[in-house]
Design a protein around this ligand. Structure first.
Ligand code: ACO
Length: 431
């Protein structure tokens, strides 16, 4: 079959660039020979048009609102799978067998404790320390206590490192909450499932174990699964870039946590809630807030997405799940009405329609966390726990085959060469 090409004319020369196709039919111009053939580079701020890698993990179609993990639609994942199973699917590339699931669960259980020495780190953080900062610092510190988990060169060691990070990140998150609340640590209970165990570590108190309802456990599974991967987003690209320098898995994931923190990315789930709480206080009504957004004086957090130009399928699933959870847990949360009204007002407004701005994953996710009694400053931490399998899958994929150090070019527009003036001869205004 003849491959398609794109012709480029520059400086009297003609260059043919091959067009590669995704398995779903989208074309992509391969420019890897561009600079060596023409001396030119390409400029694409924010990487809106640039595929940074070839990947087989997650497919997103932003025009049609499609999301698939290893080919499985997110709606099926949400309905039929658990978070642990989803993690295996993303990392190992196919659905696990029953025996593989059992082996993976056992590995997760075997890795759930933190080194006792590591617990002193929690004492050193101030009581109101930012949980995202604690999470990234402690994840990075894991390798100080177990240096052997840095070596992932053989498959058995890799399997252990994968289980260690997925299991321990949950323990670290729960311990940081307990520390902030001045409560004793509750150790993981090996008899409990991944999500139930997290809620146990968060909310049990000595002599009074917390028993979450099956609906709460299901909702947490759903929340984590929906956040598990989203191809080359900001934090995942960060993990891949850091990993491309042969940085170990744990430090690469710690860098992903830092990237996720920003409020245009994972931190949006906190920003959405702060926005809803401000509106609930009544200092400003929804119409005047939307008016400020139209005037670019504010952003409607939880709306808009680089890839989705229609409904984010995760937002649709979460919206329904919020109502189910509020009903089964018998919670009357007035914030849901504010969120609904805000969504309706925005969806009927020309500003949002013209720009194809729809609710993204962060718009309703906080409502689930609030119903689970997770405090607001932990919302992005919860996103991070969910995203860990995706980061691992991409770190592994980036390190398979022909790895190349990630190193973008730039379009330099600074001074060509600046004459040096010795310090004592420099005169001018102070600023
Ligand atoms: N509120 C108001 N206006 C918006 C919003 C928003 N939430 N999102 C985009 N716009 C406007 C922009 O101002 C721009 O308007 P213009 O054409 O008049 O200049 C237009 O829509 C295009 O927006 P860009 O900023 O170019 O879109 P980009 O793809 O760079 O940004 C982003 C995507 C960062 C997610 C943006 O939509 C946003 O800031 N949303 C709010 C934060 C948020 O919810 N982030 C979570 C995203 S999901 C995730 O990361 C997990």
């Amino acid at each position: 079959m003849r491959t398609k090409t794109v012709k480029l004319e520059y400086d009297g020369k003609e260059l043919e660039l091959p067009v590669l196709y995704s398995t779903t039919g989208e074309g992509c111009i391969d420019i890897s020979e561009l600079r060596s053939q023409t001396g030119l580079t390409t400029l694409d701020p924010g990487f809106g048009n640039t595929a940074s890698c070839v990947s087989k993990i997650t497919y997103v179609n932003g025009e049609q609102g499609i999301l698939r993990y290893r080919g499985i639609p997110i709606e099926t994942v949400a309905e039929k799978m658990t978070f642990v199973e989803t993690a295996w699917l993303l990392i190992y590339g196919r659905l696990p067998t029953m025996a593989e699931m059992k082996a993976f669960s056992t590995r997760l259980t075997n890795n759930e404790l933190l080194h006792e020495g590591l617990l002193h780190h929690f004492d050193a953080f101030p009581p109101n320390g930012q949980p995202m900062s604690i999470l990234s610092a402690v994840v990075n510190s894991l390798i100080c206590y177990s240096p052997e988990i840095m070596d992932t060169t053989d498959e058995e060691a890799m399997r252990n490192a994968v289980a260690a990070i997925i299991s321990k990140v949950r323990t670290i998150a729960a311990f940081s909450y307990r520390k902030a609340m001045g409560l004793p640590f509750v150790y993981p209970d090996p008899a409990r499932s991944y999500c139930e165990n997290f809620l146990h570590m968060m909310f049990s108190i000595p002599h009074k174990p917390h028993q979450p309802t099956p609906e709460a456990v299901k909702a947490l599974n759903l929340f984590l699964m929906l956040h598990a991967d989203h191809e080359q987003n900001c934090s995942t690209s960060t993990v891949r870039i850091v990993g491309s320098a042969e940085t170990n898995l744990f430090s690469s994931v710690a860098s992903g946590i830092c990237a996720l923190w920003g409020k245009l990315h994972g931190g949006a789930n906190v920003a959405v809630f702060e926005m809803l709480l401000r509106l609930a206080k009544g200092d400003e009504d929804i119409n005047s807030f939307i008016e400020r957004v139209r005037k670019k004086q504010a952003r409607l957090m939880g709306f808009g997405h680089r890839v989705y130009k229609t409904f984010d399928p995760r937002a649709k699933i979460l919206k329904k799940a919020v109502f189910d959870l509020l009903e089964t847990e018998r919670i009357n949360d007035p914030l849901i009405n504010i969120a609904l009204k805000l969504e309706e007002t925005a969806l009927n407004d020309d500003y949002f329609r013209e720009r194809h701005l729809y609710p993204n994953v962060d718009f309703y996710s906080g409502m689930i966390l609030r119903a689970l009694r997770i405090p607001l400053n932990m919302y992005t931490v919860m996103f991070a726990i969910g995203r860990v399998p995706g980061w691992i899958a991409h770190w592994r994929e980036g390190n398979e085959g022909t790895r190349r150090l990630a190193r973008p070019r730039q379009l330099y527009q600074g001074p060509v060469e600046t004459p040096f003036i010795p310090l004592d001869l420099r005169h001018g205004e102070e600023n």
